[in-house]
Design a protein around this ligand. Structure first.
Ligand SMILES: [Fe+2]
Ligand SMILES: [Fe+2]
Length: 398
């Protein structure tokens, strides 16, 4: 037996081992016999693989739509989602040549085929839309110039909640039989399940990001409301620390740790105050100053997402020559991220010391550069001062 088969669809020869034609995607079982099973399995594997590699929801839905159009041999497909109040459907993706034109359309729930499916949670297979009273051609067809003849539409349901519908339009005229079948319905139901899961996952991810960003804003506002911290101090420290870190070619997780540690470096002041209240006493300025890095690092070490910045917060007042606190660490025993934040924090404090002098921008910069240079290899790591001076010069030139 030959190890090559000839695709009965596109006539391309291919290795029999592969079970489907790499040119057109149809599978061959035995001589000249084609079916969809091999293609469906391959597409499902491809899409499942995409879940771990494609973070972009639009790209993932496009892949799913392409697969569903190919597998059901349809002219177009679309994914429509219900709005938060379940009052109307809007297009999330729309395939076919004029898909973009329909993206602005909103379909009231219960209206048309898609609206009916969204309201009732049941699939519809309609071979001739002109004979179905639920079909409303005035919506997407008018806008796109597309002429719908047949529709297959299924609800997308997650945990008993209908989140939208997925539909394919017009069986291609050269497809065997020329009509949608229950096999097509099975394929659409399987793939719409993928689409629904990817949509829900993407919503969860963006909700988590929003939640995290909001919590950060609240924490920063609370830290900056303290008398010791001026407005914008946390962001200024983060911005300056990150520009030095980039100059030192720090990237990936180490860079993120510096960013979060710089934003939250003084969080510990709040913890010190709370502890004092619990013991119904007051804390001396000196004790508060020495405790805040330790308490701040303990506070963030319990939050999995940002636990990596705990050692940097703990060491953000250590100094290169060992004169800092809370542990008196020296040189490279201080994490590089903490050395950067400590430098920026010291520069902020120095800047505060001549706050009332009404200096212009140039005079402020000269003083800061002089302070940094005088403390090279004393308070500050030389490579960090060098990176700061380059950044400072670049700031004037830009
Ligand atoms: Fe600070
Ligand atoms: Fe601090």
């Amino acid at each position: 037996m030959s190890i090559y088969a000839k695709c009965s669809n596109c006539e391309e020869p291919f290795e029999r081992l592969f079970k489907f034609c790499p040119n057109c995607g149809l599978s061959v079982v035995g001589e000249g016999y084609t079916d969809h099973a091999g293609v469906a399995v391959r597409d499902l594997f491809n899409i499942a693989r995409s879940f771990s590699s494609v973070l972009d929801l639009e790209v993932l839905l496009k892949k799913i739509s392409n697969a569903v159009e190919r597998l059901t041999r349809s002219e177009a497909s679309s994914v429509m989602l219900l709005d938060d109040n379940k009052e109307y459907l809007y297009f999330k993706t729309a395939g076919g040549e004029k898909g973009n034109l329909v993206k602005t359309i909103k379909i009231p729930s219960g209206h048309g085929i898609a609206g009916w499916v969204a309201k009732n949670g049941q699939p519809l297979l309609i071979k001739d839309v002109s004979k179905d009273p639920r079909f409303s051609a005035s919506l997407a067809d008018d806008k796109s110039g597309f002429k719908t003849r047949s529709i297959l539409c299924v609800p997308m349901i997650i945990q008993d909640e209908i989140i939208g519908v997925m539909e394919v339009l017009n069986k291609k005229s050269n497809a065997p039989g020329g009509e949608f079948t229950t096999d097509d319905l099975d394929i659409l139901e399987s793939l719409s399940g993928f689409a629904a899961v990817s949509i829900v996952n993407s919503r969860l991810t963006s909700d988590q990001k929003n939640f995290f960003a909001n919590i950060m804003e609240i924490l920063i506002a609370a830290v900056e409301s303290r008398p010791r911290n001026s407005m914008g101090h946390c962001w200024r420290v983060a911005q300056a620390s990150c520009s030095i870190a980039r100059r030192l070619k720090i990237s990936g997780q180490s860079y993120k740790n510096i960013y979060y540690a710089a934003i939250l470096h003084d969080l510990g002041y709040m913890g010190v105050q709370r502890q004092a209240r619990e013991r119904s006493g007051s804390v001396s300025y000196e004790k508060m100053e020495h405790q805040h890095p330790i308490i701040g690092s303990e506070m963030v070490s319990t939050i999995h997402l940002i636990e990596g910045c705990a050692p940097l917060i703990r060491a953000h007042h250590e100094m290169w020559d060992g004169s800092g606190f809370p542990s008196g660490l020296k040189k490279e025993s201080i994490p590089i991220g903490a050395r950067i934040i400590s430098f920026v924090e010291a520069m902020e404090d120095f800047k505060d010391s001549f706050d009332g002098e009404n200096l212009d921008e140039h005079e402020v910069r000269v003083r800061l550069e002089q302070f940094a240079s005088e403390n090279i290899d004393k308070l500050f790591d030389p490579q960090i001062v060098a990176a700061y001076l380059v950044e400072s010069t670049a700031g004037i030139q830009s």
